[in-house]
Design a protein around this ligand. Structure first.
Ligand SMILES: C[S@@+](CC[C@H](N)C(=O)[O-])C[C@H]1O[C@@H](n2cnc3c(N)ncnc32)[C@H](O)[C@@H]1O
Length: 270
């Protein structure tokens, strides 16, 4: 995996991932986890959410997997092999995984947005769960993100972000297609929970949630410059403008995500 690959998580973005908890970033998964479940966490990144899953399903077991060896190294540094007995990590591509009906639940949080052939990934997740098992996908609707009175440099950056993603074959509205992808993979009982998160300057979570987008400029922004979707001056202008914007009293950010939960039928193989 190369640092210029869209799916590569640059070092500068790690803090965004390690600041997440199931409580602040994936509540809909919390609602379906139960002690004793076996769970596959696809695209586990540095394993922060995966460790939360392992605590929640104990004594059930959890496998965290990620395409990027640097993410698996970070996950194993946070949770060395054997330290949490019901948790293991491994490097792999979900599209090439051979799991067959091994898990009660397969989860992918903010992962399909980085996979051009997300259908293949979703089908592999559907195969990985047993009959009656669940597939959970949390992801973005990037085209609907909004910032109050955004500075011009930020608007330019975000437009370039969407274009860079699109040029890499990535779907900026991926979560809208996940229900039909679930149906095509043979899953049933497809439930969609729209998640709209608005934070305002002064909110307890504002710096973490809005600050994550500042880190996107620091991380993805460099990939966008390398790919020619932005020049370095525009990137620096976006960092500066967004930092100033965050300090204005009326700053408000709204991000659209949704969580899709579906089930493998009791009597079929997707
Ligand atoms: C934005 S991070 C999400 C990490 C974590 N799930 C979270 O919600 O914080 C997306 C992760 O998906 C991984 N990824 C991308 N494509 C993948 C694939 N085909 N198979 C497995 N992991 C993949 C990336 O390496 C990255 O670590």
């Amino acid at each position: 995996m190369r640092p210029t690959d869209h799916a590569y998580v640059p070092r500068e973005a790690l803090d965004v991932l390690t600041a997440r908890t199931l409580e602040n970033s994936h509540r809909c998964l919390l609602e379906v986890l139960e002690p004793g479940m076996t769970v596959l966490d696809v695209g586990c990144g540095p394993g922060t959410l995966t460790m939360g899953i392992a605590r929640r399903v104990d004594p059930g077991s959890v496998v965290g997997m990620d395409l990027n060896p640097e993410m698996i190294a970070a996950a194993e540094q946070a949770s060395p092999p054997g330290q949490i007995p019901n948790l293991v990590f491994y490097k792999g591509d979900i599209r090439q995984s051979g799991w067959q009906a091994e898990f009660d639940l397969a989860n992918a949080a903010r992962v399909l947005q980085w996979i051009p052939d997300a259908e293949t990934a979703l089908r592999a997740m559907a195969r990985a769960v047993r009959a009656g098992g669940q597939v959970v996908v949390l992801d973005y609707e990037h085209t609907r993100a909004e910032w109050s009175r955004p500075p011009g440099a930020w608007t330019r950056f975000y437009r370039a972000f969407l274009e860079w993603r699109k040029a890499g074959g990535l779907d900026n509205g991926i979560i809208g297609r996940v229900p039909e992808m679930c149906a095509a993979a043979g899953l049933v009982d497809i439930r969609v929970t729209p998640l709209v998160e608005t934070v305002r300057a002064g909110d307890a979570d504002f710096l973490r949630v809005a600050g994550a987008w500042r880190l996107v400029v620091d991380s993805r922004g460099r990939q966008m410059v390398a790919a020619g979707h932005l020049d370095e001056d525009e990137r620096l202008a976006a960092v500066e403008a967004f930092t100033r914007w965050m300090q204005t009293g009326e700053a408000t950010q709204t991000i659209h995500e949704a969580c899709v939960v579906a089930r493998r039928p009791t009597e079929s193989r997707p």
